[in-house]
Design a binder for this molecule. Sequence first.
Ligand code: DX5
Ligand code: ZN
Length: 220
Amino acid sequence: MKDIGIAPSILAADFGYLMRDIKAIESNADYLHIDVMDGHYVNNISFGIPVIQSIRKYTDMKFFTHLMITNPEKYIKDFADAGSDNITFHVECTDDPFGLIDSIKALGKSAGIAIHPDTPVEKVFPFIGKVDIILVMTVYPGFGGQGYLDMSDDRLRALRKAIDEQDSDTVIAVDGGVTEDNIRHICECGARLFVAGSSVFHAEDPSKAIDELKRCGTLS
Ligand code: DX5
Ligand code: ZN
């Protein structure tokens, strides 16, 4: 699969004008990436369920909910009911990742597993073919606007190889520091779905920024 997708992260939107910012990208973004932070797993607090419920009323976009929270099992149903289409939790945050994947799927949602930059990438290999998305963090989770970590290249290549060997359609997504300048390289390393906060919402024309990312990142 050479096609790529872009998932703008609302963490970089203007929360005072959240729907205006979402409307600006809804026609050509592939997902809306929703970063939920609890101040425990990461050193920041973003927003939670009521915000997702509210924006759900005004857009049909696919919601890619990235839970940077401890005890994700406790909240899965709430995030599903709030309108998430995909629910992605961190492999570091649960003792029963397979059970959690089953619960997400039983709620009729697509499941994803995310991995912190300091966790060995092999930790997510057992989930190939079991989840729809493996989200490789390419910055330290918690904040937008950081630079892409170069050490991610080898991690992505190793994961790509493992997925291809199993002929699986699990999608490799990356999260953090994606720009027009590095997206092609990251795609060559194996990623196909790109979360992008600053490079979309801080652009003068966010919708055009998505087109540019797609143009720059697509492998011929
Ligand atoms: C970081 C978040 C990312 C972040 C990406 O914890 O998971 O989704 O918003 O932002 P940029 O694209 O600015 O690195
Ligand atoms: Zn994220």
